[in-house]
Design a protein around this ligand. Sequence first.
Ligand code: FAD
Length: 258
Amino acid sequence: MNILLVYAHPEAKSLNGSLKNFTVNHLQEAGHQVQVSDLYAMKWKASLDGDDRTDRQADARFYPTHDSRLAFENGTQSEDIAREQEKLRWADTVILQFPLWWFSMPAILKGWVERVYAYGFAYGVGEHSDTHWGDRYGEGSMAGKRAMLMVTTGGWESHYSPRGISGPINDILFPIHHGILYYPGFDVLPPFVMYRTDRMDETRFSNLCTELGQRLDNLAHTTPIAFRQQNAGDYDIPQLTLRADITPDIYGFAAHLK
Ligand code: FAD
């Protein structure tokens, strides 16, 4: 498989740095082709702005969506964006690896998503009408590819359990899983979450690597999270609410799971 690892940690000697090295070696030894986007090492520009379209007039008003669309259609995106899109086209599987920072991904990775996910590439794909609201949520340009999150937390597993104070981990990761990965069509694998990682020693690290290695060995066979496809009949269109007769007592994120 072709595997793209998008990695967001500023320190090469960090735990995440060690896990990244383990992951790359493990995948390559198993015969996979691996590319790494090491965002801090690349000095990735995190903010989406007018400079992302190379042919924009300096004094023209900047419309994030419109300019993104024109730049994508006309081949005038900034080069770093186009390069990352090419890596996504190449990849069969994408892994996003990051420490949980303020209940989400580090800003640099969010900025990667905002800039690389251009209009026409990751959104604004397919017919948009009152009967078909685009190819998204299970369809789109990333359809047929798999994606998985590799996340380290400071908090304990119990803090992220169904009644834990920080909220269930599946709820916290829902906007990334459903909004960032499933939206453009990825099959989203269950995340590999490592809890309480500020308490680490060699034995625990070695056990974590064994577990992680098993997950990596099964990337192609792991059953994806069973999100409901937008265009498979479960939603009223164009309201895009779940049909009244489907799991009527379940609200919120859980309602979008089959
Ligand atoms: P490091 O600090 O690099 O290492 C962690 C431990 O692993 C250290 O003891 C280190 O010595 C050891 N270690 C490193 N490499 C190895 C190795 N090769 N072998 C053995 N041991 C090793 N946590 C939450 O739960 N929720 C949050 O919302 C949250 N928000 C945060 C926001 C910010 C801005 C920051 C800075 C932290 C936040 N945290 C949060 C904590 C954060 O998620 C953890 O600190 C992070 O996941 C740990 O990963 P790291 O790679 O930075 O670890």
